[in-house]
Design a protein around this ligand. Structure first.
Ligand code: IFM
Length: 455
């Protein structure tokens, strides 16, 4: 067994990430309760290919097989998420022992293979009963997250050091409650701002609960940050507004305990109560950054605006705008530009001095049409994307950003939310029907890098 590397920053630790709903399947096994994503999947038209997460990659029953793939990849960290509805099927109350047992298997399986486990407590699968009680726009949900976090940390806190509370709360709040593209599929701008605040409050309370159970824990939060570039002067105001919702809302609250002045909904004392921002400020011991693409913003107009990059509805209150990605783009329609990652790492390290950073997700969706003689995918585009973004990460480190890890998204082709199974981000293909794992050329490429990083 190899020894576990500490993420102390002496070198960049490489890893790979997944998320519970995207890979596990087994959505009614061992007492798991329904989540908001199970519900959204049943709504006609919500998921591009009409699919759902009931099978996904079948990872719930393939823990050892998947962990062996990670060990053979040679990376040192595995970022996965814990499904709240497995641990608390109703989102509150007693723990479901079988749910906790599952994640104990994942953590112990990592440790036995010399892999650092990086659990995320919430990657979008809110127990449906909590949504029935109002979801994230309801303040009580923040305390529910903390209760759940405490349960998990009491079970796993003796073996896990690096925790993250939330994955991409911007998506939960603004795709879930404003654009309505993600679960729970509501289009209520005021609710989206309330959700954003309660997610941050929930993060702060959950971090406290984890530290109470596991004093040595380092608890962070994972944000999807993006540089926002106006394409012309007429788009400056819109770009500033997008930047406020995408980036500053989260960073200002976490670093200074404030919200951007241009978001009036977050200055309502009925929502943001005395003491809330003081609890949120300084509550993250590290920041995870998920980066895929920069946002180029143009003023509203005819033509090229790409709803595929991001829906303008996810920025309620913004002046009219269009997203204008330049070629090359991935299958998601997301512009490929590694300089955006370098920029985000450098600006965040200046904005949050003293907070270690991790690139907690970075990757690309491609169709993987080219096959080698043995039938495996020859995914040169994904290899180039990985190579360029890893180089950008190293440049940011060399320029002084305290970046501890680079975690590729993702191990397996999986359930890509509203896109169903139509978009493939994996280093490993999952054969439809058999669920056989077939490593792609990018897996072998990344294994080569991981091997060199460890030497
Ligand atoms: O698949 C998602 C992941 O769940 C969160 N970050 C972005 C990825 C690609 O869309």
């Amino acid at each position: 067994m190899s020894t576990l590397r500490d993420l102390d920053g002496s070198d960049l630790v490489l890893g790979v990430a997944t998320a519970s709903f995207q890979i596990e399947g087994a959505t009614s096994a061992d007492g798991r309760g329904p989540s908001i994503w199970d519900t959204l999947c049943r709504r006609p038209g919500a998921i591009k290919d009409g699919s759902d997460g009931s099978t996904a990659c079948g990872s719930y029953d393939r823990v050892d097989e998947d962990l062996d793939l990670i060990r053979d990849l040679g990376v040192e960290a595995y970022r996965f998420s814990i499904a709240w509805p497995r641990v608390q099927p109703d989102g509150r109350g007693e723990a479901n022992a079988a749910g906790l047992d599952h994640y104990e298997r994942v953590v112990d399986g990592c440790l036995a293979r010399g892999i650092v486990p990086l659990p995320t407590l919430y990657h979008w699968d809110l127990p449906q009963p909590l949504e029935d009680d109002g979801g994230w726009p309801a303040r009580a949900t923040a305390q529910r997250l903390a209760d759940y976090a405490g349960i998990v940390a009491r079970r796993l806190g003796d073996r896990v050091t690096w925790w993250s509370t939330l994955n991409e709360p911007w998506c939960s709040a603004f795709l879930g409650y404003a654009a309505g593209i993600h679960a729970p599929g509501r289009q209520e701008p005021a609710a989206a701002f309330a959700a954003a605040h309660h997610l941050l409050l929930g993060h702060a309370l959950a971090a406290e609960a984890v530290r109470a159970a596991a004093p040595a824990a380092s608890v962070g939060i994972v944000l999807n940050l993006a540089p926002v570039w106006p394409e012309e002067d007429a788009a400056r105001e819109a770009a500033d507004y997008v930047d406020a919702i995408q980036n500053r809302l989260w960073l200002d609250a976490l670093v200074d305990g404030s919200y951007p002045a241009i978001l009036p909904a977050l200055h309502d004392p009925a929502l943001v109560r005395d003491g809330d921002l003081a609890a949120i400020a300084g509550s993250a011991a590290w920041l995870g950054i998920n980066y895929y693409t920069p946002f180029r913003i143009g003023p509203a107009g005819e033509g090229a605006g790409s709803e595929r990059v991001q829906s303008p509805r996810a920025y309620p209150g913004a002046p009219s705008l269009r997203f204008l990605p330049r070629e090359p783009v991935t299958e998601m329609g997301w512009e490929v530009d590694a300089s955006g990652l370098e920029e985000v790492l450098l600006t965040t390290s200046r904005r949050a001095p003293g907070l270690p950073l991790m690139v907690t997700e970075n990757g690309s969706a491609y169709a993987d049409a080219t096959r080698s003689a043995d039938g495996s995918a020859e995914d040169d585009d994904r290899i180039a994307y990985l190579r360029d973004h890893l180089a950008a990460t190293r440049r940011a480190r060399d320029a002084g950003a305290d970046v501890r890890a680079y975690i590729a998204w993702t191990l397996l082709d999986n359930f890509e939310w509203a896109e169903g199974y139509t978009k493939k981000f994996g280093l490993v293909e999952v054969e439809a029907g058999t669920l056989r794992r077939i490593p792609k050329a990018s897996y072998r490429y990344y294994a080569g890098l991981a091997g060199r990083a460890k030497r």
